[in-house]
Design a protein around this ligand. Sequence first.
Ligand code: IPE
Ligand code: IPE
Ligand code: MG
Length: 249
Amino acid sequence: MSSLQLNTEPINPTIPRHVAIIMDGNGRWANRRGHARFFGHVRGTERVREIVEEAIQLGVDALTLYAFSTENWKRPEDELSILWKLLLKHLKREREHMQKNNVRLRVMGEVDRLPAEVQRQVAVTMDMLSANTGLVVTFAVSYGSRREITASAKKIAQAVASGGLRVDEIDENAVAKYLWTADMQDLADVDLLIRTSGEMRISNFLLWQSAYAELEFVDECWPDFTRERFRDVIVKYGKRERRYGGIQK
Ligand code: IPE
Ligand code: IPE
Ligand code: MG
């Protein structure tokens, strides 16, 4: 992936530059209402537009949405096929909206494992939005942080073996250049990581990039996560002191 052109406007420290969301709880949301799990995925997919709009309003630069993990492949075939249909529908439906809103799209993960038509529509949509300069929206699909770090270790080993990289050149910045977020440059580090549905775990999401992220676990399931709730979480973030191992100011 070629590197993104990034904004160089002054940074407002109360607004996170990179927000990552684990969109969890679709199945439970539906089951609690007496519906099949797929209905939760339908409603969950519909939530995305509102959160993208709010991220733009708030001045967030990058929004990374965990849509499907490397572990989610173990789900039943019928659930997988619904998820791919919804992703396709979302791409086709939201393309124009993203274009109007100057959004860029990234898809991060093992894209080559996705059904061919999904791969095709991902490519078409990313291409259509590639000249935009606003919010960077990333869908993490068939994404797993361990898979990503393992792939980067392999690439680093290959670079050393071929003479393109010296062992003493491998520092944290060098490692970051081999991760799937390399094209995001200084936007790659997550400022705020949100998980919906009350679960308090990371589930293999952006382990390296979230090293110093502020974490927020909200009880609402993803289909109930409104723009107002999103705004509340951002306001709370703005009141936190990020010390990065230093001492209180
Ligand atoms: C998140 O909701 C969406 C995906 C993982 C694809 P879930 O499907 O995990 O819903 P719960 O957590 O089982 O309620
Ligand atoms: C994490 O949710 C992945 C996504 C939201 C896409 P899961 O529902 O798959 O995670 P676990 O199984 O609760 O850890
Ligand atoms: Mg879940």
